[in-house]
Write a protein that binds this ligand. Structure first.
Ligand code: MG
Length: 153
């Protein structure tokens, strides 16, 4: 087996969409970023690339590339799924966000992410928690995601 770890953080600002796993969540603020800022896809893609020994998403999709401005991160998820070539055993994730509460959206996020990666939804777990008011995430100024993936060697 091979294991990969991914993590991402984006600032949350008014006037941007909050996108997680390609699903837009109703919110008064969203991820600031060169792309759509989908922290969950970025963390999951980084975990997959890590397990494959392929550096990180910044090498493939640099945030200095003007062609990637406003890019839909679904493109990153689809490409990472292809690179994994059906070897994904499971993916576990944590999204840390003060508000809104994600409980009602976890299923939709899991299903959409699974479809982008081309794997069954049963191989993905989405956990959501708050930062209990501490730090930039706790103040609602940022959102963070972590992911771990297991691949067949
Ligand atoms: Mg990112």
């Amino acid at each position: 087996m091979r294991i990969g770890l991914g993590k991402d953080l984006h600032a949350l600002v008014p006037g941007r969409r909050l996108v997680l796993g390609g699903v837009t969540i109703p919110s008064d603020r969203g991820e600031k970023g060169h792309s759509d800022g989908d922290v969950l896809i970025h963390a999951v893609a980084d975990a997959i690339l890590g397990a494959l020994g392929m550096d990180d998403i910044g090498h493939i999709w640099p945030d200095t590339d003007p062609r990637l401005e406003g890019m839909d991160s679904a493109v990153i998820a689809k490409e990472a799924g292809k690179l994994a070539e059906g070897r994904i055993q499971n993916i576990d994730t944590i999204i840390t966000l003060e508000h809104p509460k994600l409980e009602g959206y976890r299923g939709a996020i899991r299903d959409n992410l699974a479809s982008l990666l081309g794997i069954p939804a049963s191989k993905i777990n989405i956990k959501a928690k708050t930062a209990e008011g501490f730090g930039p995430v706790g103040r609602g100024e940022a959102i963070e995601a972590e992911a771990i993936v297991l691949l067949d060697d």
